[in-house]
Design a protein around this ligand. Structure first.
Ligand SMILES: [Zn+2]
Ligand SMILES: [Zn+2]
Length: 143
């Protein structure tokens, strides 16, 4: 798959925090784990995985760290003023950032390559049936 390169400045709803991204999107996923459901308030998250070095963060964020279903810790960062979810970092891959696709202005390039944690996927939350689905993570354990 050709890597899509994004060069864009993203901001939270109130403008207190900006993320300047300049780099390749390494993977695009849909995740239906219970943690993502809670974090997004709906059936699944839509996430772009990027190298941490490709993202410069300005402004203060707050984070909440918890054990994900994988058994690894995941830290979810959000704007302390408006609550917009900004990025997450998992201990499974500390050099990478998980960016919610809704944060980008025009994420037409988003084309998920996998749906993970289908074991907790909800039937009313329709997904593209051609998308490879995995009970938890992709069989090779990678992203
Ligand atoms: Zn904000
Ligand atoms: Zn998830």
């Amino acid at each position: 798959m050709r890597k899509h390169v994004v060069t864009e400045t993203l901001s939270c709803a109130c403008g207190s925090v900006a993320l300047t991204v300049d780099g390749p999107v390494l993977s695009m996923l849909i995740c239906s784990c219970r943690d993502c459901r809670k974090a997004t308030g709906t059936g699944h998250s839509a996430v772009a995985l990027m190298p941490g070095v490709a993202v410069a963060i300005s402004g203060d964020t707050q984070s909440h760290t918890r054990l994900a279903e994988s058994g690894s810790e995941i830290a979810r960062h959000f704007c302390p003023r408006c609550g917009t979810p900004l990025f997450a970092r998992t201990a499974r891959a500390p050099d990478l950032l998980l960016l919610p696709v809704g944060l980008f202005d025009e994420p037409d390039w988003f084309s998920p390559n996998q749906a993970i944690f289908s074991r907790s996927h909800l039937d009313w939350d329709a997904l593209d049936p051609t998308l490879p689905q995995y009970d938890t993570y992709r069989d090779n354990g990678g992203f």
